[in-house]
Design a protein around this ligand. Structure first.
Ligand code: NAD
Length: 246
């Protein structure tokens, strides 16, 4: 029986690269994202690469939308085997005291609550056959960086939430892991890229002296979601070119 994977934020960057990896293995993919236009384009681009790909418009911070999307996927395919909680946003950079509650809440809602909601509403469909969840944290879940407090806090939260879910659902043969990417060449870092000097420093602050590609993170996600990682749960895999070591 072919597996079915939900990938949030799958219309570009790391999410789309992950969807591509799954499809190549014949895994059917349901992309959950807020961007309808990019969703259609991603499906067109990805179709023909193996499994079946569909798009469901879903804001991961909205419980009703996440619940409906999981139900729709389970009804369509009869099962959910893999969940990749990848959707995420950065914050407008400023100090803690200048940070508005709105800005704080927006980032926590998408990056942390979104991961909670994804697990809450897909785990019930995984409990019969087991499953694998991969949450996308960040190097910035481990390391502090000035002016990105909500992003830092949300990604650190994802690391602990991952352990929590691993402990609660291990008996159901549901493995829950995270990846922590360093600086990866996707649209989320466009803001940094425009500052030439800053970008030079940020993009080489790792052992490999380069930014990572979305596909390099996707490969780690693919591994953690696969049976090859059958005794791995509750962990966070750095995919940062040695950024944490630096
Ligand atoms: N690129 C990096 O350097 C880097 C580093 C560490 C972690 N990450 C994390 O990787 C993940 C993927 O980001 P990316 O780099 O591919 O950037 P990206 O901007 O290409 O992808 C983010 C995706 O999330 C979607 N999204 C945003 N808000 C959403 C919401 N409320 N509901 C559903 N979808 C939503 C966007 O439409 C987009 O498709 C994010 O969680 C990000 O924090 C990225």
């Amino acid at each position: 029986m072919n597996k079915v994977a939900l990938v949030t934020g799958g219309t570009g960057g790391i999410g789309q690269a992950t969807a591509h990896c799954f499809l190549n293995q014949g895994i059917s993919v349901v992309i959950l994202d807020i961007d309808e236009e990019k969703g259609k384009a991603a499906c067109e681009e990805l179709s023909g690469s193996g499994g079946d790909v569909t798009f469901v418009r879903c804001d991961v911070s909205n419980e009703e939308e996440v619940k409906n999307a999981c139900q729709k996927a389970a009804e369509t395919y009869g099962q959910i085997d893999i969940l990749v909680n990848n959707a995420g946003i950065g914050n407008n950079e400023t100090t803690l005291t200048e940070m508005s509650l709105f800005e704080w809440q927006k980032v926590i809602d998408v990056n942390l609550t979104g991961v909670f909601l994804g697990m809450k509403h897909s785990i019930p469909f995984m409990r019969k056959n087991g499953g694998a969840i991969v949450n996308v944290s960040s190097l910035l879940g481990f390391k502090g960086k000035k002016f990105v407090a909500p992003y830092n806090a949300s990604k650190a939260g994802v690391i602990t939430l991952t352990k929590n879910a691993a402990l609660e659902y291990g008996r159901d043969r549901i493995r829950v892991n995270a990846v922590a990417p360093g600086v990866i060449d996707t649209s989320i870092v466009d803001g940094w890229r425009t500052h030439e000097e800053k970008w030079k420093i940020i993009s080489t602050a790792n052992a490999l002296k380069r930014v990572g590609e979305a596909q390099e993170v996707a490969h780690a996600i693919e591994f953690l979601a696969s049976d090859k990682a059958s005794y791995i749960t509750g962990t966070t895999l750095m995919v940062d070119g040695g950024g944490l070591t630096y």
